[in-house]
Design a protein around this ligand. Sequence first.
Ligand code: NAD
Length: 426
Amino acid sequence: MEICIVGAGYVGLTTAAALAVFGHEVECVDMDQAKINGLIQGKVPIYEPGLEDLITEYYSKNRLHFSSNVKESIKDHPIILIAVGTPSQNDGSCNLNFINQVIEIIASTINKYKIIITKSTVPPGTNELIHQTFIEMGIKDNLFDIVSNPEFLREGRALWDIFHPNKLVFGTKIDRPLEVLKKIYQKESAPFVFTSLTGAEMIKYASNVFLATKISFANEMARICDVFQVDYTDLQKGLGMDPRIGTDFLNAGLGFGGSCLPKDLSSLKHSALSHKLETKLLDAVMEINDTQIELYLKKLSTVLLNLTDKQITVWGVTFKPGTDDLRSSPALVLIQQLIQKGCRVHAYDPMVQLKLIDVISHLNQYESLNNSDALIIATEWEQFLNCNWSEVKSRMKGSIVLDARNCLDGETVRRQGLVYMGVGIR
Ligand code: NAD
């Protein structure tokens, strides 16, 4: 099948590569000319394990194409899959400008039947509104079908997720596009969930909000463990063994970040509020998350007393390991708050060199520690877990290791004469 994917970001590129593997003819378009030029030269603009190899292979097989001529590509293809960004606005609501740009192009060029698939995460009611807008513009309903097909991939594991999804969700108004959808995804073995347009949008939001809720729950439990001097990791182990609870998303730490959980949480809250519905649980989840960094800085102050002029090394700046994505990274907020408190910040991340005026970024993990008063683990990259703690000790001036991701073995760190600490950690 011939498919146009609009948006060459994390979702668009991963989906484009997967659909090419499934045997479809895919053109991925983006308004960012530099991005498309890079892709044509074999440069993938994001880090996602395995993605570059797959794109190179299917580009050379002529099954995957790239173009910045968004209008032409949309006009020429019978299936349009929208994967543009839906960031937060200042008031927390979802910014639909990119979606609207694409919809305008489709509406102004449509002259034969098209299936328009929204993969971007959009607030409940958006796809219904798109349908209504088309009708109000005089586009006959036999010319198009709108499908809400949200994406659930995780950055850093995007290819695995796209080839092994636990479900595929399709929201439609009528059954007409279902046969085509089944053909697009016929190589997937996951169960299909068919629902309404808004039902599919809600499944996506509820999934992300549930995950965020689990993390804030974990963080609140860690706070309580801290005052009772209970090791939260013991609690976590015990909790996770209950299959009704499960082990995932129970890590306590700096809180959730990234391009999805914070924005989807505030977008859903905003949508509910627009219908005069209060969201007490969502508010609490957000409030706990927003105060995690402050909590860790307080911990640090209990041992360093005054943070002004202290040299602090932060390991990990991406919002989670396995990605180069800095969007809404808690580590970045932590760094900014350290700077505001007068700290001299050194940073190291295996994937990203920070280009911030007030931060000294290092290429070498251990050099970033020279003369530091404290080390904070802000992202749990594998290489931090198994690092050489005796070298860490010898490079640092001070001896504080603040594990803000509960990812280290405290005993191993302490054995080198370092002071290991965290929230809910003994
Ligand atoms: P991204 O920012 O990485 O990529 C979006 C791309 O769309 C950019 O390259 C941008 O230039 C392009 N674009 C924007 N407007 C355009 C237009 N009018 N015409 C052509 N190109 C345009 O975004 P992403 O992380 O891939 O996320 C895309 C959507 O998928 C969002 O709604 C997000 O919430 C959702 N989502 C993301 C993830 C994730 O892990 N990143 C997972 C599931 C769902």
